[in-house]
Design a protein around this ligand. Structure first.
Ligand code: EPU
Length: 302
């Protein structure tokens, strides 16, 4: 979608927003799939209510983009503009056992920065691509931990009230790859409380998680992590693998040979290919195990 009205374009600098014409979502997502649209990069949280009012007044639909690492975007001209936060410097501020982190901060760098200051707990998240805001919204987790356990406060823009609000950790429910945030809430910053641990000890944990990940996941390839959530007590990857579906391809969309719940873009896959592969695998699992796999990846298609 193109922002045509010159009145909107003229007011953006006052709102500390930078406009990128025809941004390719394929270049902004780890799957390297997605069409193009105008992108608004926001420098100051405080201007967000103003930006949202402007978009609403002009009837411009929008989506919030984080790190683009758990996202499958449709092909072609996209029917909404995309908003993305710019990471401030510094994006992590430590105070005792608390870390105040901007939602746009890179998750891996945040884990490492805290570790260097003897704050642990998030070792499992090393190697998970994306932003802290994305991890927060999805309650990212791995190797027995989830980010929600450390959240004490969240600053967010709530579309429902059209205001920036602060929620305490107790006001948010964090479940397996699910949170109580509304779909149109925009994560802005988080206060984490992390356990003190010597750097060396944290580093050891990080190395173990890195090694496990390297040996079981297709890290160098274009993917969005796991496509499906694990059903209670089972592993979607193992089920797909048991059906012999590793390597199954539609166009360049392919079930990874290393981990069957990772679908990779092995070349120039489009959203059509990836969506067709997802449907095909889902149908086969449904007929073999009488179970409908739930998506873990977020889909923006139309
Ligand atoms: N397995 C197979 N074949 C496969 C994949 C897995 O047999 O192709 C088996 C493994 O051998 C293991 C079991 O299935 O016995 C579970 O596999 P794994 O340990 O890789 O964990 P997972 O349940 O597939 C979950 C998360 C990952 C996270 C890992 C490590 C989900 C959907 N996936 O995977 O998260 O990194 O545990 O904690 O919850 C993600 O969220 O995108 C993601 C990749």
């Amino acid at each position: 979608m193109r922002i045509e009205d010159p009145k909107i374009v003229a007011v953006l600098p006052d709102l500390h927003v930078q406009l990128f014409r025809d941004a390719s979502l394929a270049e902004l997502t780890s799957l390297a799939i997605g069409g193009s649209t105008d992108l608004l990069r926001i420098r100051k949280h405080e201007t967000i209510p103003g930006v949202m009012n402007l978009l609403d007044e002009h009837g411009l639909p929008h989506r919030f983009l984080g790190g683009g690492s758990n996202l499958l975007v449709g092909d072609g001209e996209l029917p909404w503009v995309v908003l993305q936060l710019e990471s401030p410097d510094p994006d992590v501020v430590l105070e005792g056992n608390f870390a105040r982190v901007d939602a746009a901060a890179d998750l891996g760098r945040t884990v490492t920065y805290c570790a260097k200051h003897d704050l642990g707990g998030m070792e499992g998240l090393i190697g998970v691509p994306g932003t802290v805001g994305g991890a927060l919204r999805m309650n990212a987790g791995a190797y027995g931990m989830q980010i929600g356990s450390y959240v004490r406060e969240v600053k967010l823009y709530r579309a429902a009230t059209r205001r920036i609000e602060i929620l305490s950790g107790e006001q948010i429910s964090f479940e397996y790859r699910h949170t109580s945030f509304a779909p149109d809430d925009m994560m802005l910053a988080v206060k984490l409380e992390l356990p003190s641990k010597p750097f060396k000890e944290i580093l050891q944990g990080i190395r173990i998680c890195n090694e496990k990940r390297r040996s079981s996941q297709p890290l160098g390839q274009k993917s969005a992590g796991c496509i499906f959530k694990n059903p209670p007590g089972a592993s979607a990857g193992r089920m797909i693998d048991d059906l012999g579906l590793k390597g199954l391809s539609i166009g360049d969309a392919r079930v990874s040979d290393r981990h069957a719940n990772f679908f990779v873009n092995a070349g120039k896959a489009g959203a059509r290919d990836m969506l067709a592969l997802i449907s095909s695998v889902r149908e086969r699992v449904q007929s073999a195990f009488d179970l409908e796999l739930e998506l873990e990846v977020v889909i923006w298609n139309g």
